[in-house]
Design a protein around this ligand. Structure first.
Ligand SMILES: NC(=O)c1ccc[n+]([C@@H]2O[C@H](COP(=O)([O-])OP(=O)(O)OC[C@H]3O[C@@H](n4cnc5c(N)ncnc54)[C@H](OP(=O)(O)O)[C@@H]3O)[C@@H](O)[C@H]2O)c1
Length: 261
Protein backbone atom coordinates (compact mmCIF):
# COMPACT_ATOMS: atom_id res chain seq x y z
CA UNK A 1 0.00 0.00 0.00
CA UNK A 2 1.24 3.44 -0.84
CA UNK A 3 0.55 5.89 1.97
CA UNK A 4 1.77 8.81 -0.14
CA UNK A 5 1.99 11.76 2.21
CA UNK A 6 3.64 14.08 -0.32
CA UNK A 7 2.70 17.67 0.31
CA UNK A 8 1.45 16.94 3.85
CA UNK A 9 2.97 18.44 6.96
CA UNK A 10 3.38 16.44 10.16
CA UNK A 11 4.25 17.78 13.58
CA UNK A 12 5.67 14.94 15.68
CA UNK A 13 6.03 15.69 19.40
CA UNK A 14 8.94 14.30 21.46
CA UNK A 15 10.77 12.97 18.41
CA UNK A 16 14.49 13.24 19.15
CA UNK A 17 14.66 9.47 19.81
CA UNK A 18 12.61 6.32 20.33
CA UNK A 19 9.05 6.07 19.05
CA UNK A 20 8.76 9.74 18.03
CA UNK A 21 11.93 9.59 15.96
CA UNK A 22 10.79 6.38 14.24
CA UNK A 23 7.42 7.96 13.44
CA UNK A 24 9.17 11.00 11.95
CA UNK A 25 11.29 8.68 9.82
CA UNK A 26 8.31 6.69 8.48
CA UNK A 27 6.36 9.85 7.69
CA UNK A 28 9.38 11.21 5.84
CA UNK A 29 9.67 7.96 3.84
CA UNK A 30 6.09 8.59 2.68
CA UNK A 31 7.01 12.06 1.46
CA UNK A 32 5.68 14.29 4.28
CA UNK A 33 7.36 17.42 5.60
CA UNK A 34 8.11 16.75 9.24
CA UNK A 35 8.78 18.96 12.26
CA UNK A 36 10.59 17.09 15.02
CA UNK A 37 11.02 18.44 18.55
CA UNK A 38 12.39 17.79 22.01
CA UNK A 39 14.41 19.60 24.70
CA UNK A 40 17.92 18.85 23.43
CA UNK A 41 19.00 20.96 20.46
CA UNK A 42 22.17 18.97 19.77
CA UNK A 43 20.25 15.69 19.67
CA UNK A 44 17.61 17.21 17.39
CA UNK A 45 20.20 18.59 15.02
CA UNK A 46 21.82 15.12 14.83
CA UNK A 47 18.46 13.48 14.03
CA UNK A 48 17.74 16.11 11.37
CA UNK A 49 21.10 15.31 9.78
CA UNK A 50 20.35 11.56 9.82
CA UNK A 51 16.86 11.94 8.38
CA UNK A 52 17.27 14.81 5.92
CA UNK A 53 17.83 12.73 2.80
CA UNK A 54 15.17 10.10 3.50
CA UNK A 55 12.16 11.36 1.59
CA UNK A 56 10.88 14.03 -0.73
CA UNK A 57 9.80 16.21 2.16
CA UNK A 58 11.87 18.34 4.51
CA UNK A 59 12.73 17.67 8.14
CA UNK A 60 13.25 20.56 10.52
CA UNK A 61 13.48 20.74 14.28
CA UNK A 62 12.36 23.00 17.10
CA UNK A 63 13.59 22.95 20.68
CA UNK A 64 10.64 22.73 23.05
CA UNK A 65 9.76 21.71 26.58
CA UNK A 66 6.31 20.19 26.17
CA UNK A 67 5.36 21.12 29.74
CA UNK A 68 5.50 24.80 28.78
CA UNK A 69 2.42 26.25 27.06
CA UNK A 70 4.21 29.27 25.57
CA UNK A 71 6.78 26.96 23.97
CA UNK A 72 4.01 24.77 22.53
CA UNK A 73 2.34 27.85 21.03
CA UNK A 74 5.67 28.87 19.48
CA UNK A 75 6.32 25.32 18.18
CA UNK A 76 3.00 25.25 16.31
CA UNK A 77 3.51 28.79 15.03
CA UNK A 78 7.01 27.93 13.83
CA UNK A 79 5.77 24.75 12.07
CA UNK A 80 3.08 26.68 10.23
CA UNK A 81 5.51 29.44 9.22
CA UNK A 82 7.98 26.84 7.93
CA UNK A 83 5.56 24.59 6.02
CA UNK A 84 2.35 26.60 5.57
CA UNK A 85 0.06 24.44 7.74
CA UNK A 86 -0.35 21.22 9.71
CA UNK A 87 -2.12 18.13 8.34
CA UNK A 88 -0.94 15.51 10.83
CA UNK A 89 -0.34 15.96 14.55
CA UNK A 90 1.37 13.15 16.44
CA UNK A 91 1.13 13.65 20.20
CA UNK A 92 3.88 11.98 22.17
CA UNK A 93 5.99 12.73 25.26
CA UNK A 94 8.59 11.26 27.57
CA UNK A 95 7.33 8.64 30.01
CA UNK A 96 6.60 9.58 33.65
CA UNK A 97 8.66 8.08 36.48
CA UNK A 98 7.80 4.61 37.78
CA UNK A 99 6.51 4.25 41.33
CA UNK A 100 3.61 3.08 43.46
CA UNK A 101 1.02 5.41 45.03
CA UNK A 102 2.96 5.90 48.30
CA UNK A 103 6.06 7.11 46.47
CA UNK A 104 4.43 9.77 44.29
CA UNK A 105 4.43 13.39 45.49
CA UNK A 106 2.08 16.18 44.44
CA UNK A 107 4.86 17.61 42.33
CA UNK A 108 5.24 14.30 40.46
CA UNK A 109 1.47 14.11 39.85
CA UNK A 110 1.53 17.69 38.53
CA UNK A 111 4.56 17.07 36.27
CA UNK A 112 3.06 13.91 34.81
CA UNK A 113 -0.25 15.68 34.20
CA UNK A 114 1.52 18.52 32.38
CA UNK A 115 3.76 16.27 30.28
CA UNK A 116 1.56 13.26 29.61
CA UNK A 117 -1.91 14.76 29.26
CA UNK A 118 -1.92 18.58 29.23
CA UNK A 119 0.75 18.75 26.48
CA UNK A 120 -1.54 16.64 24.24
CA UNK A 121 -4.49 18.95 24.99
CA UNK A 122 -2.42 22.07 24.30
CA UNK A 123 -0.93 20.74 21.05
CA UNK A 124 -4.37 19.75 19.79
CA UNK A 125 -5.81 23.16 20.72
CA UNK A 126 -3.02 25.08 18.95
CA UNK A 127 -3.03 22.83 15.86
CA UNK A 128 -6.81 22.69 15.38
CA UNK A 129 -7.22 25.85 13.28
CA UNK A 130 -4.79 24.33 10.72
CA UNK A 131 -6.10 20.76 10.92
CA UNK A 132 -9.60 22.12 10.37
CA UNK A 133 -8.67 23.76 7.07
CA UNK A 134 -8.97 20.60 5.00
CA UNK A 135 -9.48 17.82 7.52
CA UNK A 136 -6.51 16.29 9.30
CA UNK A 137 -5.28 13.45 11.43
CA UNK A 138 -4.37 13.35 15.10
CA UNK A 139 -2.56 10.32 16.49
CA UNK A 140 -1.87 10.02 20.20
CA UNK A 141 0.89 7.79 21.54
CA UNK A 142 -0.24 6.26 24.84
CA UNK A 143 0.48 2.82 26.36
CA UNK A 144 -1.21 -0.56 26.78
CA UNK A 145 -1.98 0.72 30.29
CA UNK A 146 -5.13 2.19 28.68
CA UNK A 147 -6.38 -1.43 28.55
CA UNK A 148 -4.67 -2.96 31.58
CA UNK A 149 -2.89 -0.92 34.27
CA UNK A 150 0.79 -1.83 34.64
CA UNK A 151 1.92 -2.53 38.22
CA UNK A 152 4.34 0.13 39.51
CA UNK A 153 3.44 2.69 36.84
CA UNK A 154 0.61 4.56 38.54
CA UNK A 155 1.37 7.90 36.84
CA UNK A 156 1.31 6.34 33.40
CA UNK A 157 -1.80 4.29 34.19
CA UNK A 158 -3.67 7.40 35.33
CA UNK A 159 -2.86 9.86 32.56
CA UNK A 160 -2.82 7.49 29.56
CA UNK A 161 -6.44 6.60 30.22
CA UNK A 162 -7.10 10.35 30.12
CA UNK A 163 -5.64 10.39 26.61
CA UNK A 164 -8.01 7.61 25.52
CA UNK A 165 -10.99 9.48 27.01
CA UNK A 166 -9.93 12.76 25.42
CA UNK A 167 -9.42 11.08 22.06
CA UNK A 168 -12.77 9.29 22.06
CA UNK A 169 -14.60 12.49 23.01
CA UNK A 170 -12.81 14.58 20.40
CA UNK A 171 -13.56 11.99 17.69
CA UNK A 172 -17.21 12.96 18.10
CA UNK A 173 -16.58 16.70 18.32
CA UNK A 174 -14.13 16.94 15.41
CA UNK A 175 -15.79 14.57 12.91
CA UNK A 176 -17.74 17.47 11.39
CA UNK A 177 -14.40 19.11 10.53
CA UNK A 178 -13.11 15.97 8.81
CA UNK A 179 -10.55 15.37 11.55
CA UNK A 180 -9.87 11.76 12.56
CA UNK A 181 -8.22 11.13 15.94
CA UNK A 182 -6.90 7.81 17.18
CA UNK A 183 -4.70 6.44 19.94
CA UNK A 184 -1.87 3.97 19.43
CA UNK A 185 -0.71 2.02 22.46
CA UNK A 186 2.77 0.50 22.56
CA UNK A 187 3.34 -2.62 24.65
CA UNK A 188 7.09 -3.26 24.83
CA UNK A 189 8.90 -1.59 21.96
CA UNK A 190 12.74 -1.53 22.09
CA UNK A 191 13.70 2.01 23.11
CA UNK A 192 15.58 3.67 25.97
CA UNK A 193 12.31 3.84 27.90
CA UNK A 194 11.88 0.06 27.78
CA UNK A 195 15.51 -0.43 28.88
CA UNK A 196 14.91 1.97 31.76
CA UNK A 197 11.73 0.18 32.90
CA UNK A 198 13.46 -3.22 32.68
CA UNK A 199 16.20 -1.91 34.95
CA UNK A 200 13.59 -0.55 37.41
CA UNK A 201 11.87 -3.98 37.49
CA UNK A 202 15.20 -5.78 37.85
CA UNK A 203 16.09 -3.63 40.86
CA UNK A 204 12.69 -4.11 42.50
CA UNK A 205 12.82 -7.89 42.05
CA UNK A 206 16.52 -8.33 42.86
CA UNK A 207 17.29 -9.86 39.45
CA UNK A 208 19.51 -8.82 36.55
CA UNK A 209 18.26 -6.56 33.76
CA UNK A 210 18.73 -9.46 31.33
CA UNK A 211 16.48 -11.66 33.50
CA UNK A 212 13.86 -8.90 33.73
CA UNK A 213 13.90 -8.57 29.93
CA UNK A 214 13.65 -12.33 29.47
CA UNK A 215 10.66 -12.54 31.87
CA UNK A 216 9.00 -9.66 30.09
CA UNK A 217 9.42 -11.27 26.66
CA UNK A 218 8.12 -14.60 27.97
CA UNK A 219 4.82 -12.82 28.67
CA UNK A 220 4.43 -11.65 25.05
CA UNK A 221 2.90 -14.21 22.62
CA UNK A 222 5.32 -13.09 19.86
CA UNK A 223 8.20 -13.60 22.38
CA UNK A 224 10.09 -10.45 21.52
CA UNK A 225 9.95 -6.69 21.87
CA UNK A 226 8.66 -4.72 18.91
CA UNK A 227 10.86 -2.38 16.90
CA UNK A 228 10.18 1.37 16.76
CA UNK A 229 9.73 0.97 13.01
CA UNK A 230 6.94 -1.61 13.49
CA UNK A 231 5.18 0.82 15.80
CA UNK A 232 5.71 3.79 13.48
CA UNK A 233 4.15 1.97 10.52
CA UNK A 234 0.83 1.74 12.37
CA UNK A 235 0.95 5.46 13.15
CA UNK A 236 1.77 6.21 9.50
CA UNK A 237 -1.20 4.18 8.30
CA UNK A 238 -3.52 6.09 10.65
CA UNK A 239 -2.01 9.39 9.45
CA UNK A 240 -2.53 8.56 5.76
CA UNK A 241 -5.50 8.76 3.41
CA UNK A 242 -5.66 4.95 3.67
CA UNK A 243 -7.39 5.62 6.99
CA UNK A 244 -10.66 7.28 6.06
CA UNK A 245 -13.10 5.57 8.45
CA UNK A 246 -11.32 4.94 11.73
CA UNK A 247 -11.63 7.55 14.47
CA UNK A 248 -11.90 7.50 18.26
CA UNK A 249 -10.25 4.09 18.40
CA UNK A 250 -7.29 2.73 20.33
CA UNK A 251 -4.88 0.31 18.69
CA UNK A 252 -2.48 -1.92 20.58
CA UNK A 253 0.96 -2.60 19.12
CA UNK A 254 2.04 -5.17 21.69
CA UNK A 255 2.81 -8.54 20.10
CA UNK A 256 -0.35 -9.89 21.76
CA UNK A 257 0.76 -8.95 25.30
CA UNK A 258 -2.63 -7.69 26.48
CA UNK A 259 -4.92 -10.67 26.93
CA UNK A 260 -8.30 -8.93 27.18
CA UNK A 261 -10.70 -8.71 24.20
N1 LIG B 1 8.69 2.14 24.24
C1 LIG B 1 7.64 1.49 24.70
O1 LIG B 1 7.53 0.27 24.56
C2 LIG B 1 6.53 2.24 25.39
C3 LIG B 1 5.50 1.49 26.00
C4 LIG B 1 4.45 2.18 26.60
C5 LIG B 1 4.43 3.57 26.60
N2 LIG B 1 5.46 4.24 26.01
C6 LIG B 1 5.40 5.69 26.05
O2 LIG B 1 5.53 6.25 24.76
C7 LIG B 1 6.25 7.50 24.86
C8 LIG B 1 7.47 7.47 23.96
O3 LIG B 1 8.25 6.37 24.36
P1 LIG B 1 9.77 6.12 23.92
O4 LIG B 1 10.02 4.70 24.20
O5 LIG B 1 9.99 6.68 22.57
O6 LIG B 1 10.52 7.02 25.01
P2 LIG B 1 12.01 7.64 24.99
O7 LIG B 1 12.92 6.82 24.14
O8 LIG B 1 12.35 7.86 26.41
O9 LIG B 1 11.83 9.06 24.24
C9 LIG B 1 11.14 10.10 24.86
C10 LIG B 1 11.18 11.34 23.98
O10 LIG B 1 10.45 12.37 24.66
C11 LIG B 1 11.23 13.57 24.67
N3 LIG B 1 10.83 14.35 25.85
C12 LIG B 1 10.85 13.95 27.13
N4 LIG B 1 10.41 14.95 27.93
C13 LIG B 1 10.14 16.00 27.12
C14 LIG B 1 9.68 17.32 27.36
N5 LIG B 1 9.39 17.78 28.59
N6 LIG B 1 9.52 18.15 26.30
C15 LIG B 1 9.82 17.71 25.04
N7 LIG B 1 10.23 16.47 24.76
C16 LIG B 1 10.41 15.63 25.79
C17 LIG B 1 12.67 13.06 24.71
O11 LIG B 1 13.59 14.04 24.25
P3 LIG B 1 14.44 14.99 25.24
O12 LIG B 1 14.71 14.20 26.50
O13 LIG B 1 15.67 15.31 24.47
O14 LIG B 1 13.57 16.18 25.48
C18 LIG B 1 12.57 11.90 23.72
O15 LIG B 1 12.65 12.36 22.40
C19 LIG B 1 6.60 7.67 26.35
O16 LIG B 1 5.61 8.44 26.98
C20 LIG B 1 6.57 6.25 26.86
O17 LIG B 1 6.34 6.17 28.25
C21 LIG B 1 6.49 3.62 25.40
Amino acid sequence: MNFNLSGKTALVAASSQGLGRAIAEELLKEGANVMICGRDEEKLSGVQEELKSIGKGQVNYFKVDLTNNEEIVTLVDHTVKKYGGIDILVNNAGGPPAGSFDTITDEMWQNAFELNLLSFIRLIRESLPYLRKQGGKIINVASTSIKEPIPGLILSNTFRTGIAGLSKTLAGELAKDGILINTVAPGRISTDRTKHLDSVRAKAQGITVEEAEKNSKANIPLKRYGTPEEFAKVVTFLASDANSYMTGSSFLVDGGMIKSL
